[in-house]
Design a protein around this ligand. Structure first.
Ligand code: SAH
Length: 204
């Protein structure tokens, strides 16, 4: 999976590739999909949600350009797979998930695997999480119609926010880098995510 789907498509960061090799994706998908766990696509995880495609997880993680002691906010924990990858490349991960049953399952799974310093919290991630701000990196694994203002405000100096922005059917992956009070936006390509449902996302 790591060579065929991820390195060959251009993900180069050794720490990200190593993280993708270390975290067992089959433990993050429901038993009936385990045989497809290393295939090149998203899979259902219950509650109408999906575990992201491995390549997208690796690409978004690389785009954050994280360092060993960085603090990261992840929005849309879902299965916890992306959370586990982030915890391999950064110092501390705060993961937000709006569906309590998914948060509970992810928390238990991540604790049993002992994959790093991770906190999973049930909250509307479109508001960010002020209690632990600022963040060196923020990653949203669900689509927003526009960039939520609280996420910009909770970025540390030089920090990066990576998220899909668009309508319910297609989005552009965007990366925002903070320099003082200005925000540099890069638009990186077409993606497709489930909606971010919340006050600064799509309304449920
Ligand atoms: N990275 C996850 C992706 C899960 S899909 C994985 O690979 O497993 C996106 C997740 O975002 C879903 O679990 C959904 O419930 C969650 N979500 C949607 N809106 C949210 C919000 N406002 N706050 C937190 N989580 C949200």
């Amino acid at each position: 999976m790591v060579w065929q789907q991820i390195a060959r498509r251009g993900v180069q960061s050794p720490v990200v590739l190593r993280a993708m090799m270390r975290v067992p994706r089959h433990l993050f998908v429901p038993p009936e999909f385990r045989s497809q766990a290393y295939a090149d696509n998203p899979l259902p995880i219950g509650s109408g949600q999906t575990i992201s495609q491995p390549y997208i997880v690796a690409w978004m993680t690389e785009l954050l350009e994280l360092r060993q002691y960085d603090r990261v906010l992840e929005i849309g924990v879902g299965s916890g797979y992306q959370t586990a990858i982030l915890a391999q490349v950064a110092g501390q991960v705060i993961g937000l998930e709006r569906i309590p049953v998914l948060a509970d399952q992810a928390r238990a799974r991540l604790a049993s695997l002992g994959l790093g310093s991770i906190e999973v919290i049930v909250a509307d991630g479109s508001e960010g999480y002020l209690e632990k701000a600022p963040y060196n990196g923020i990653l949203a694994a669900a689509a927003t119609p526009h960039i939520p203002r609280p996420l910009l405000e909770q970025l540390a100096e030089g920090g990066r926010l990576v998220l899909p922005v668009g309508d319910l059917f297609e989005q552009t992956l965007e990366r925002v880098t903070r320099r003082g009070d200005s925000f540099h936006i890069e638009r990186l390509g077409g993606v497709r995510f489930v909606p971010l449902i919340g006050t600064h996302g799509f309304m449920g």
